[in-house]
Design a protein around this ligand. Structure first.
Ligand SMILES: Cc1cc2nc3c(=O)[nH]c(=O)nc-3n(C[C@H](O)[C@H](O)[C@H](O)COP(=O)(O)OP(=O)(O)OC[C@H]3O[C@@H](n4cnc5c(N)ncnc54)[C@H](O)[C@@H]3O)c2cc1C
Length: 405
């Protein structure tokens, strides 16, 4: 049986960035990935906080050189022609004020390959099927169908929607968020705004907040277009996902103009029931990172940011532990991660009940300190406890809503 300092389940952004950071400190790492990369996964719009994390592990230059579409902010538009543009430059002074729109098949492979370049042992087409928590042994089935075992001082579960350890150790619990669906595909030749926001993610509110559409430009000609709605809203439409996607895009006042001459470049895909939660993020010898912990909702493009944040944080704490420091995983990891997750949770709730749209579309929200605080959150800076939206997100949103409505 092979032994490693750390075995990582899953080679998405959370797993690969943890592997990179552990290799930066010279620890032996095995990454076990079920699929063959490059593989498609949804989640293409990053936040500026990602750049800071990529910089911390020495990956920012490599990502910058990969030629991804630059992302300078977010535009929100509803069907009453209210429009709010969030420029990441108008943050609270944080260094990184832009990010990238990425084809995840390319972005994830870039991180995966760089973990390998740095000396991590990477296996693809190998699935983790069991975990012995007492002996810290991971059992896998490799690409030839053979069973292998790996022992590690620490196991990181970065298996995303696979949720390997939550399932095997019975750590899964229901998300507090309602179940929603996303129906998406990529198109080419859409017509974009020409006011400098062409690289921004644009969110169109559908009807009276019945659904919303993400518009993520992946290059000057290709765009990812996804519709997010409740299960009930989707079920109320009598048709399949392609019919639903066509119907919503053809009937939304903004989308129908933008995509009038666009053509689909792949089939319409669908994912549902993705919000999830766990009873704990760690155990004596394992830690959960990325989507294997709690996944909220796609509205603020926070998933990859939280995946990178948790991957780097877990790796840094493991390194400290290996060096002999006693780590309080509850306080230093889980509680820390929950600060950021709870900020996004409040924003997600306020988006779906309409309060955040009232705030964003208010004439009174201008580039002053309140707006800068909102921009800072929407940039992924959700651990800056000196600002009200981070230390008391629920109260802050409620106060601003009553002030601006
Ligand atoms: C509709 C939708 C839209 C989204 N849009 C955005 C967005 O615009 N921006 C954003 O930042 N986030 C977005 N997200 C979230 C984003 O997709 C995830 O948060 C992100 O991919 C999490 O990264 P990860 O590394 O934790 O998991 P993943 O990227 O899912 O990687 C996990 C890896 O583990 C592997 N794996 C699973 N099971 C096993 C096993 N048994 N053995 C070995 N390997 C295994 C998988 O094959 C996979 O490669 C969106 C999510 C949804 C549902």
């Amino acid at each position: 049986m092979k032994m490693y300092d750390v075995v990582i389940i899953g080679g998405g952004p959370a797993g690969s960035i943890a592997a990179i950071q552990l290799r930066n400190s010279g620890y032996s790492v095995k990454v076990i990935e079920k699929l063959k990369f490059p593989r498609f996964v949804i989640g293409e719009s990053l936040l500026p906080r990602c750049n800071e994390l990529l910089e911390e592990v020495g990956m920012l230059n490599i990502v910058e050189d990969a030629g991804f579409q630059l992302k300078g902010g977010v535009t929100f538009e509803n069907e009453e022609n209210n429009r709010k543009v969030i420029h990441f430059t108008e943050n609270l002074g944080q260094k990184h004020n832009s990010s990238f729109q990425v084809r995840r098949e390319i972005f994830d492979k870039l991180l995966f390959d760089n973990a390998e370049k740095l000396g991590a042992s990477m296996s693809m087409e190998t699935e983790v099927i069991a975990f012995d928590e007492n002996k810290n042994i991971v059992t896998v089935v490799n690409s030839k169908g053979e069973e292998e075992k790996y022992q590690a001082k620490k196991v990181i579960d970065a298996s995303g929607y696979g949720r390997v350890l939550p399932r095997l150790l019975n750590l899964e619990t229901h998300s507090s968020l309602s179940s929603r669906r996303a129906i998406f595909c990529r198109v080419q030749n859409d017509s974009r705004d020409t006011d400098g926001t062409d690289g921004y993610i644009t969110v169109y509110v559908v009807g009276d907040n019945d659904a919303w559409i993400w518009n993520i430009p992946l290059s000057s000609t290709e765009t990812s277009v996804g519709i997010v709605c409740s299960e009930e809203y989707f079920q109320s439409f009598d048709g399949d996902e392609t019919g639903f996607w066509n119907h919503v895009v053809e009937n939304n006042s903004h989308a129908k103009v933008r995509y009038a001459n666009a053509t689909k470049i792949n089939d319409v895909g669908m994912i549902g029931g993705y919000s999830s939660d766990v009873t704990t993020m760690f155990g004596a010898n394992f830690v959960l990172v990325g989507n294997a912990t709690e996944f909220l909702d796609p509205i603020f493009s926070s998933g990859v940011t939280l995946a990178l944040e948790s991957g780097v944080k877990a790796a840094n704490l493991i390194i400290e532990e290996f060096k002999g420091k006693e780590v309080d995983w509850k306080c230093e990891y889980e509680d820390y991660m929950m600060i950021g997750i709870n900020v996004f949770r409040e924003y997600v709730n306020a988006w779906y009940d309409g309060r955040l749209q009232t705030i964003l579309f208010s004439d009174k929200l201008t580039a002053d300190k309140i707006e800068r605080k909102v921009v800072s959150v929407l940039s992924g800076y959700v651990w800056d406890e000196s600002q009200m939206f981070v230390h008391s997100p629920k109260e802050a949103l409620e106060r601003i809503y009553h002030l601006l409505k």
